[in-house]
Ligand binder design. Structure first.
Ligand SMILES: O=c1ccn([C@@H]2O[C@H](COP(=O)(O)O)[C@@H](O)[C@H]2O)c(=O)[nH]1
Length: 270
């Protein structure tokens, strides 16, 4: 099954465009988990098991695992998701970008070591830097387009021949890089106006949309700007507002409640 097929099935099965982001920060863990050798895995596994029927994807952010020397726990977590919640795609948020020979190693890391179903990548070094990911034809590749942070416009708003750089990225990915129908774009929920412009450029390609929850993005405006005619097309990520909804031993139950609220809000505007 390709990433896109998995995503479409998960959108339908769980009636959800919600992606739970896995950004484990041990400083924010409930006290009963702190100091445990596998705390990152145990925390994320509890979140995953509590929310898997509510999501269309999980998105582990690789920096949180690498910063804590916990890459083995990321590997175990993704194996757990595939074994216990088959059909829910895992998007490894790595934002990689490098020359082709190095990108080949990044692709092996994400797709063969971690067994991720999709990766986020930086398009700035051009097509040959992305081709090693595209060579895995059944995997998804999400290119950064209009990121959710305020400073994103420093470069993404530069005029390149009468259009903004992020619009150029959207066009080139949709037209030239998406030969196998495996590409998507990252567009922040903090900028719904740009989501609408990107949607007009790319047609039905999926958009990974971080920025609701802790970053304050507008869910209604995001959905109206980015949903496709059939009410899908979006993977709406929410990390901290779900992960840290509770602080006690019942943190996973609190995360489930937060995920249910988030999914319902998203579905109201589909
Ligand atoms: O433009 C971008 C691209 C990626 N991210 C990532 O998404 C999550 C957002 O976390 P929240 O806690 O829901 O704010 C995080 O992993 C970022 O690295 C993004 O925010 N914006």
């Amino acid at each position: 099954m390709t990433f896109i097929e998995m995503l479409q099935a998960a959108w339908q099965k769980n009636d959800s465009l919600l992606c739970v982001g896995l950004d484990p920060d041990p400083m924010k863990f409930p006290t009963h988990l702190q100091g445990r050798p596998e705390a990152i895995f145990e925390f994320c596994r509890a979140i995953v098991d509590a929310t898997a029927d509510l999501v269309c994807a999980f998105k582990p952010q690789i920096a949180y695992f690498a910063a804590n020397c916990a890459e083995d726990q990321l590997q175990a977590l993704i194996a757990h998701i595939h074994d216990h919640h088959p059909g829910i795609p895992v998007i490894v948020d790595a934002k990689r970008g490098d020359i082709g020979s190095t990108a080949e190693q990044y692709a092996i890391e994400v797709f063969e070591r971690y067994c991720g179903d999709a990766i986020t990548a930086n398009p700035y070094m051009g097509r040959d830097s992305v081709e090693p990911y595209l060579a895995y034809r059944n995997k998804g590749v999400f290119l950064l387009c209009r990121t959710s942070n305020p400073g994103g416009s420093d470069l993404q708003f530069l005029d390149v021949g009468g259009q903004k750089l992020y619009e150029h990225v959207a066009g080139i990915v949709a037209r030239d890089w998406n030969m196998n129908g495996q590409c998507g774009l990252v567009v922040g929920a903090t900028y719904p106006g740009e989501i609408a412009r990107v949607r007009r450029i790319i047609g039905e390609m999926p958009l990974l949309v971080p920025g609701i929850g802790a970053q304050g993005g507008d869910v209604e405006a995001t959905l109206k700007a980015g949903r496709t005619a059939c009410g899908t097309g979006l993977i709406v990520n929410n990390s901290r507002a779900i992960l840290y909804a509770g602080k006690g031993e019942d943190f996973a139950q609190a995360a489930r409640q937060a995920a249910m609220t988030s999914r319902a809000l998203i579905n109201r505007f589909r």
